[in-house]
Design a protein around this ligand. Structure first.
Ligand SMILES: Nc1ncnc2c1ncn2[C@@H]1O[C@H](COP(=O)(O)OP(=O)(O)OP(=O)(O)O)[C@@H](O)[C@H]1O
Ligand SMILES: [Mg+2]
Length: 358
């Protein structure tokens, strides 16, 4: 069985081929990050246009040498509607031309499966943590296609918190990898930012933390007359433009490390607690924030202390990629959970929830 995976839900155009046994054959990603950097966030119109410009080239790379395809897996949500439509229409057209079935894939489910790519010993049941640009979900994965979403963020996702804090600090987009790097030079105990543990619930909340960082920066600016930014941020007071000198690197690093330690502490604590409460032995993490070096080391260390094995995808498969989509499709085809005649199953849905197939 050879499955072509197509991912266009946000700002990465990506295709991959998965063969029998769930092994990756080919993989290609075009990242649009540079196109969106000036805007410090993804611009939906730019994203869909760029997917349209790139998708054929990526599909051609997959089918070099007349590669035969048995089925197509395409992300149908959640994501940006215009971007999702480019993937879905490409998959449908190819499915019709090649006369092969097409299966719709939930992007979050694909993030949950991303660790399967390189850890063949990983099988359900396990506790899944999705930490991405748009979502933060704690999911009990009982079996392939059988889930219980235990908790989710009530406001910002973990990735959004990273990106917004980076923006407040005048850092580039996406902020997650930059904060990760700067935090290594800072003191995580320098500033006691709040942790929203929300006892009695498996939900998360990161917007209070983000606001606390913002207020901390505003107070710092008032007391020290400094601010951070590539270009110093000016304030317009009574027609007077005031330029602030940048904050010292050490201060920025301390803010990054303290913010990151607040995010990671809550994620680690809740995930370990949930795994223990449901009697699981394994945890698998997916989504862009799973690339974070501190989250990785803290979850692995705490996992060991609690006799839990923790799995992460390698860095290229943490953020959006076609390989995880193709692999999720492979499992769906293998277990017969697709309906080629059901067009509704291929409707794109920007807020598609995680649903059971069994
Ligand atoms: N090393 C890192 N540390 C922290 N955050 C990171 C790191 N690398 C990437 N991120 C964050 O990951 C996010 C992007 O992840 P991903 O590509 O999975 O999100 P998305 O696909 O846009 O959202 P979703 O999967 O919810 O639809 C961004 O918010 C980015 O800042
Ligand atoms: Mg994603």
């Amino acid at each position: 069985m050879m499955i072509l995976g197509i991912e266009t839900s946000c700002d990465e155009t990506s295709c991959a081929l998965i063969k029998e046994g769930g092994h990756l054959v080919r993989h290609a990603i075009f990242s649009q990050t540079e196109l969106h950097q000036t805007f410090k966030g993804v611009v939906p119109e730019i994203a869909s246009r760029s997917h349209l410009e790139k998708i054929n080239e990526l599909v051609e790379q997959m089918i070099q040498g007349n590669q035969k395809i048995d089925g197509i897996a395409v992300t149908i949500g959640p994501g940006l509607v215009g971007s999702l439509l480019i993937g879905k229409m490409t998959a449908e057209a190819l499915g019709w031309v090649w006369d092969v079935p097409v299966v719709g894939i939930n992007h979050l489910e694909a993030h949950l499966y991303s660790s399967f790519l390189e850890h063949k010993e990983l099988k359900p049941p396990f506790m899944g943590l999705i930490v991405s640009g748009g979502h933060t979900h704690l999911v009990l994965v009982e079996d392939f296609g059988k889930y219980k979403v235990l908790g989710r963020t009530r406001d910002d996702s973990a990735g959004e918190a990273y990106d917004k804090v980076a923006k407040c600090l005048g850092l580039d987009y996406p902020g997650g990898p930059i904060i990760d790097r700067l935090a290594k030079k800072g003191n995580p105990a320098a500033i006691p930012f709040p942790r929203a543990h929300l006892p009695g619930s498996w939900d998360f909340s990161f917007s209070g933390l983000k606001t606390a960082v913002l207020y901390f920066l505003q107070n710092l600016r008032v007391s020290s007359g400094s601010f951070i930014g590539k270009k110093n941020i000016g304030a317009n007071k009574g027609g007077l433009k005031i330029e602030f000198p940048p904050l010292p690197l050490k201060t920025v690093a301390d803010i990054c490390a303290s913010f990151q330690s607040a995010v990671v502490e809550v994620l680690v604590r809740k995930t370990i607690l949930a795994a223990k409460k449901f009697g699981l032995k394994k945890i698998a993490v997916g989504g862009g924030v799973s690339a974070n070096s501190f989250l990785r080391s803290e979850l692995i260390r705490n996992g060991k202390d609690n006799k839990l094995k923790v799995y992460f995808p390698s860095l290229p498969y943490s953020t959006d990629n076609g390989a995880m989509v193709a692999l999720t499709g492979y499992y769906k085809f293998k277990k017969g959970f697709y309906d080629d005649k059901n067009q509704e199953a291929l409707e794109v849905n920007p807020s598609l929830p995680i649903k059971n197939w069994i």
